[in-house]
Design a protein around this ligand. Sequence first.
Ligand code: G3P
Length: 217
Amino acid sequence: MKIFIDTAEVSELKLIAETGLVDGVTTNPSLIAKSGRKIADAIAEICALIPGPISAEAVANDYDTLLAEGRFLAKIAPNVVVKLPLTPVGLKVCKTLSDEGTPVNVTLCFSAVQALLAAKAGATYISPFIGRLDDNGFDGMELIREIRVIYDNYGFETQILAASARTANHVRDAALAGADCATLPPAVFQALYKHVLTDLGLEAFMKDWAKTGQSIL
Ligand code: G3P
């Protein structure tokens, strides 16, 4: 499963990129606002830092402006993925951009039939929001499972990008359900390393090692 980081904070991304485990980055208008950066500057810097797909979200309500925004964002760097909302206009622009060869990430997906429409519109990625579904009493992971079945039934190549992940268990369950990618806030990425038995085991090994008086080098 590809791991994307869900942030527009370049300083955080620099540290996480050093792990060598990051395949890409996703941003959204809220994350750009939080960063305090101009979208074009932030996206250009992130694209230079991480060679994988970097999602940058367009925000207009009408077809012509949304398409112009998408084309503008796509020109920032060759690894930009244009992120578009799952609306009639968003999917129309998705079709146009996809036909032009620009990869699109369709966002704000909360149902399997929405995901079906995005695949038919040529989306490269579909972003089901697991955490927000769970927050509102729905089952986010069930949506991932449904989309997996539908895409496999019809051979759609649209990649399932599990979004709005809140916990390491979300990442585990999305991987088990066959999501192609997951996008994680930095804290959730760091949580993937953690297990209490790893910490306790390491502590015991280090104590015993110290008793040997050896050094490996
Ligand atoms: O970027 C899309 C998604 O990951 C947002 O997550 O935490 O705002 O629900 P969240």
